[in-house]
Design a protein around this ligand. Structure first.
Ligand code: GLN
Length: 301
């Protein structure tokens, strides 16, 4: 019987001792409030973090006694999750583009939709040997590290302003053994010379793009993420007004600018990218069918 999916029966109690199965089910019950649809997988993730057992191991060993210290750790993680901490921060690691990324307070959690930005960049350099790639507003480094990992022959630079995010970025380069990725501290609106001295085949960016007035209404979890990574100014477009013109002279002829956008920003950002002189400007949709990336090319010279 797969008790990891069982939702009926009385709510289990924990008095400091019990089996692994009882412990797991208690945490799951606390997280879901007994509602099966309410992300029961989160309990499995936190259980694995605290007890070191995945769902398969839990099924095989469910009747064994739970180590009391580890049990306490699991239930503490469940309580913190209930208090609104993002699952990804509690786990300390999250997957992006099939790679592990260390995350925690102070850095934006990599989103699956951002993989579209990586795919667009990879497609653009498919036939180019040893391309030079630049990523702006790198955060955890998920985009540049994914690019560097998929293209070991490329050189990739990533610029990030926040010291806390920079710390994660550097660790993620090391964790993923990406010697071809360089983390550059700095402001993308006043780019440091370390990244302006060469031309790039592709520049990617996932800048902050949430309208400032919408920040207080975001999910509790998102509110735990750094405002610096989310706040796109009054209309959410602050960075899109500046980045295209700043990126244009840094791109090689026929180079690609790829910007992640909010789902309702396709028309406005396309217009701004065109105004900066880019051609072949287009919007790409993510897997949910929402506008997610704007592409533009410099003339091929
Ligand atoms: N995609 C993020 C969100 O919706 C926003 C990321 C960003 O502003 N670049 O929470």
């Amino acid at each position: 019987m797969d008790f990891t999916n069982k939702t009926d029966g009385p709510a289990p109690v924990w008095d400091g001792a019990g089996s692994l199965e009882q412990l797991y089910r208690l945490g799951r019950r606390m997280l879901t409030g007994g509602e099966p649809g309410n992300s029961p997988m989160e309990a499995a993730f936190l259980f694995q973090k605290a007890l070191g057992l995945d769902r398969g191991a839990l099924l095989a060993r469910g009747r064994e006694n739970a180590d009391p210290d580890r049990a306490k750790e699991y239930l503490a993680l469940v309580e913190r999750r209930l208090a609104g901490e993002p699952l990804q921060y509690l786990l300390g690691e999250w997957e992006f583009f099939g790679l592990p990324f260390q995350v925690g307070p102070g850095v934006l959690i990599p989103r699956p939709e951002t993989e579209l930005l990586v795919e667009a960049a990879l497609a653009a350099v498919e036939d180019l040997p040893s391309p030079a790639l630049l990523d702006l507003c790198s955060g955890s480094g998920c985009v540049p590290v994914a690019l560097g990992s998929c293209r070991p022959d490329a050189q990739v630079w990533g610029v990030e302003l926040s010291p806390a995010a920079m710390d994660y970025f550097r660790r993620n380069i090391t964790t993923n053994s990406c010697g071809n990725v360089t983390a550059v501290p700095g402001d993308v609106l006043a780019l440091p010379p370390a990244v302006t001295e060469r031309r790039y085949q592709v520049i990617t960016a996932n800048p902050p793009y949430i309208r400032r007035g919408e920040l207080p209404g975001l999910q509790a979890e998102v509110q735990r993420e750094p405002a610096l990574a989310l706040d796109g100014g009054e209309d959410g477009l602050d960075f899109y007004r500046r980045l295209p013109a700043l990126c244009y002279p840094l791109l090689a002829p026929g180079g690609l600018l790829a910007l992640e956008i909010g789902e309702d920003q396709g028309a406005a950002v396309s217009a701004l990218v065109s105004q900066a002189g880019f051609c072949q400007v287009m919007v790409k949709n993510d897997l949910s069918g929402l506008a997610r990336v704007v592409l533009g090319r410099t003339p091929s010279g």
